[in-house]
Write a protein that binds this ligand. Structure first.
Ligand code: ADQ
Length: 458
């Protein structure tokens, strides 16, 4: 009989589950029973030691409290001002402070102690993302031998960028304490293996696993996906949107968290380039960029917001007509059904990250299209999704002319080619659907060498 599933993630859903990953983890927890542990969104003054219960039917949800200082140092600091920029190749934005690292380790150790107290021998632990890299090492130091898996949702860093971390040698040791290191793409796996290869403490075993000190870790890719059936169904019944009489003829849609990794200035500038090169003055493409606010307590995020307002103002000032505003920059979240409806309505989905673990918007756009008359996905080759989505028009977002050319090509693409490209992309989206992703990951974790059986494996 399989043990419970213990999921650790930064966010913990408080209401009904919505969104692909949350629903998938919810389903896995429903199937096996277990506990979902995440950070309480409200910081408390004193950073209480307890995990407090959010509910226990049909599985338990437990939130750990962070003090304001911990939230600043652990979350905004080490997680989002050190690890996030390192993994996204933005080493220019890294802010190193000793208190960031100290609180990152302290929060993880506190969490490890709280989790260890509650673990039964057969329980399986699944840790999500860069907020908790050292958690397995800390659990091991407390004597935990349960299977512990990790999934990194963002890109695995380059080995040269890793050297910028304070105590970079810790990174490999943290990851090697897991039984399974799950990554988004084959490219991520190659970078992780390169890191282990360069480390004298690591040894490659015949089956491709890595032995590191007394631990054995399996490294593999599990490209994350979406709940495509649900999105296809939502798209079929969706209201196309709020445009009324101003319904654009050629709609290009972007939807991203407002993050410097998403290449939004590049997207706006490339769209400006398209407008500049327009031969047919009657063509009136509209870029609707919906950007949900994110991490406003980190300076780099406030800066990018200001930059985008300035660029969109300039482009609109230059190209607007009395009855046409080419760029609509909407800085807020929109309801899921509405977003899916807008995606279905759009002729082009424009996804331009400079680095991205996977990028679910690209997959959602594909799933939202009407197969008999689909829109075209223009996708950065630096999104994890580009590794398999060869039916998209792949671009280098740094090359504004290339992106502008791809949008132009997409807007004029004949129906046959649109259908063919969409069918190719949809097959990839369906193959990586989120329920399959969860099952594949957990099955692989169950088959990993257990921590206690190390000597038999050698
Ligand atoms: P994110 O960086 O958040 O995720 P992404 O994968 O694109 O990026 O997911 C964003 C989600 O938010 C999508 O479901 C999208 O529909 C939704 N969304 C975006 N803008 C929105 C808006 N304005 N209003 C409403 N909803 C909006 C991280 C990694 C990714 C990785 C995922 C999952 O950075 O690379 O794909 O985790 O592993």
């Amino acid at each position: 009989m399989a043990g419970r599933l213990i999921v650790i993630s930064n966010r913990i859903p408080t209401g009904d589950p919505s969104g692909g990953l949350v629903v998938a983890l919810h389903d896995a927890l429903l199937a096996r029973g277990g506990v979902w542990v995440g950070a309480d969104p409200d910081p408390s003054e004193e950073g209480r030691e307890c995990l407090h219960e959010l509910g226990d039917i049909p599985y338990r949800k437990r939130a750990f409290r962070l003090s304001k200082t911990e939230r600043q140092n652990y979350y905004s600091g080490f997680a989002n001002s050190v690890l996030w920029p390192i993994c996204h190749r933005r080493t220019d934005l890294i802010e190193i402070k000793s208190e960031y690292r100290a609180d990152y380790l302290a929060v993880n150790l506190r969490l490890a102690r709280l989790i260890a107290q509650d673990l039964a021998p057969q329980d399986v632990v699944w840790v999500h993302d860069y907020h908790f890299l050292p958690l397995a090492m800390m659990l091991r130091s407390l004597g935990v031998t349960n299977r512990i898996g990790f999934f990194l949702h963002i890109p695995f860093p380059n080995i040269t960028d890793l050297a910028i971390l304070p105590r970079p040698e810790d990174f490999a040791r943290w990851l090697a304490s897991y039984n399974l290191l799950g990554l988004q793409t084959r490219g991520d796996v190659a970078r992780a293996l390169e890191m282990f290869r360069a480390d004298p403490r690591a040894e490659f075993l015949r089956d491709g696993t890595v032995k590191f000190d007394e631990h054995i870790v399996t490294v593999a890719s599990f490209p994350i996906g979406i709940d495509c059936d649900q999105i296809e169904a939502t798209a079929r019944r969706a209201d196309p949107g709020p445009f009324g009489a101003a319904n654009p003829r050629e709609l290009i849609i972007g939807a991203d968290r407002l993050d410097y990794t998403k290449g939004l200035p590049h997207k706006f500038e490339a769209f400006g380039r398209l407008l500049q090169g327009r031969v047919d003055r009657d063509a009136r493409p509209t870029l609707l960029q919906i950007a949900s606010p994110s991490r406003a307590d980190v300076a780099a995020y406030r800066q990018i917001t200001n930059d985008l307002q300035a660029i969109s103002g300039r482009i609109n000032g230059q190209y607007s007509e009395l009855d046409w505003q080419p760029l609509r920059f909407v800085h807020r979240s929109v309801a899921r059904d509405r977003l899916i409806g807008l995606m279905r309505r759009a002729e082009v989905g424009l996804v331009t990250p400079l680095a991205d673990g996977m990028n679910l918007v690209a997959k959602e756009f594909v799933a939202a299209q009407a197969p008999d008359n689909p829109g075209v996905l223009v996708l950065s080759r630096f999104a994890g999704a580009a590794e398999d989505m060869k039916g998209a028009l792949l671009i280098n977002p740094h090359d504004l002319d290339e992106t502008a050319g791809a949008i132009d090509y997409a807007l004029a693409m004949p129906l046959d080619e649109r259908r063919k490209r969409h069918a190719d992309c949809l097959a990839v989206v369906r193959d990586s659907r989120i329920s399959v992703w969860t099952d594949r990951y957990l099955a692989r974790l169950a088959s990993c060498v257990p921590t206690l059986a190390l000597s038999r494996h050698q």
